[in-house]
Design a protein around this ligand. Structure first.
Ligand SMILES: [Zn+2]
Length: 382
């Protein structure tokens, strides 16, 4: 009996062993089938990682990138993100974004986060700006014009290129009006030093002469179109800051040209600056046209060193006093010559004792409201 049952038990044990070996195999097969079916569903429905975690979702939505609780606690609280699109809506999205969506999505959504988190200061409402003084008055060297005494303005042109003599001129008693060639080097530093010494500043804009002389780079030329003139003016006026306006370097031809001068004066006026006509030509229309345009303007009365000899310079300074006595004001233009610097060093401190007052050009323009420079003494160099 037992001997017969033993083989039966052994057979059951063998069948049992066989079943036990089959079960893990079946489980693994089913898991594999489920995994393949699940992947097929995901693929067939159009889902991919990008559609589940779009670019504009914070990275903590990705489980593997979830930061530690300490990092999450350290983050500033932020309004909750809008709810993610439900599964079916995400499933309808194309797996490859359209080209324009690919371009626009990072540009729109990503920078928007810091902007909404920290509002720009410009968003704060500003009070209406107070009406400003024109630029030429803001940069004027002296406040109120003196009363009862003839005013003399001394303008020194052609500054900036000869730095040593420019420095000597800036060291003279002031206030002088110092006109700087815009193509000189290191003008912000040179002019700031002169301005802090109490002098007034001008841009000495090169203009075409009637002769063969070279007015230098960036000059106003009669054959240039208006757009090129404007470009050159813009470049010249950008050489430094703090000036009251512009006077012409050379320009005996250009200042006779109404079309060209209309462009130049229009640009000067548009920027709130004044114009000083150096009057290098007796037929210059600069000052008259500026008055026609109702912009602040003046014109030279005397060239101080047209003849650069000591005797001639002293005679010109005497002539400047005569004109000032006659019309109440006079504008003299000189250059950074040694003879001029030496003469001015002697003459300037004695002016007040002889009843004159030294002023910058802007003071004469302001006191006369433009009715300046009726007298012209001689024709200047072209
Ligand atoms: Zn000049």
């Amino acid at each position: 009996m037992s001997a017969r049952r033993k083989p039966a038990r052994a057979a059951r044990r063998r069948r049992g062993k066989g079943r036990a070996a089959v079960r893990p195999f079946r489980l693994a097969t089913w898991l594999a089938v489920l995994a393949v079916a699940g992947a097929g569903l995901l693929y067939g429905s159009g889902w991919d990682v990008a559609s589940i975690f779009p670019d504009d979702r914070p990275p903590e939505r990705v489980a593997t990138a979830r930061p530690s609780p300490a990092v999450q606690a350290a983050r500033p609280t932020r309004p909750p993100d809008p709810a993610p699109p439900p599964g079916p809506a995400a499933a309808r999205q194309p797996r490859e974004p359209a080209p324009d969506a690919a371009v626009s999505r990072p540009a729109v959504s990503r920078p928007a986060l810091p902007e909404t988190a920290a509002p720009e200061p410009a968003a704060v409402p500003q009070p209406a700006p107070a009406p400003e003084q024109p630029r030429w008055l803001r940069h004027a060297a002296v406040g109120q014009p003196p009363r009862g005494r003839p005013m003399i303005a001394v303008v020194i042109d052609d500054l900036g290129v000869d730095r040593r003599r420019s420095g000597l001129v800036a060291g003279l008693p002031g206030p002088l009006t110092l006109a700087w060639l815009p193509y000189a080097r290191d003008l912000p530093k040179q002019t700031a030093s002169a301005r802090s010494a109490g002098h007034e500043l001008m841009v000495h804009l090169p203009m075409e002469p009637s002769g063969a002389a070279d007015p230098g780079p960036g000059a106003m030329l009669t054959q240039l179109p208006a757009e090129e003139l404007k470009r050159r003016i813009e470049a010249g006026l950008a050489a430094f800051d703090g000036y009251v306006g512009v006077n012409n370097h050379m320009g005996s031809r250009f200042t006779e040209d109404r079309a060209g001068m209309s462009v130049v004066l229009g640009e000067i006026d548009r920027r709130g600056l004044m114009f000083l006509d150096s009057r290098t030509s007796g037929r210059s229309i600069g000052y008259a046209l500026a008055r026609e345009m109702k912009m602040p303007a003046a014109a030279r009365d005397v060239f101080i060193d047209h003849d650069p000899s000591s005797g001639a310079v002293l005679a010109s300074l005497k002539q400047l006093e005569t004109v000032a006595t006659r019309q109440g004001h006079a504008i003299g233009i000189g250059h950074p010559y040694d003879v001029t610097i030496d003469a001015l060093r002697e003459w300037l401190p004695s002016l007040e004792a002889r009843g004159f007052v030294l002023v910058p050009v802007s003071t004469i323009v302001r006191s006369r409201d433009g009715a300046v420079g009726a007298t012209r003494v001689g024709a200047g160099p072209s």
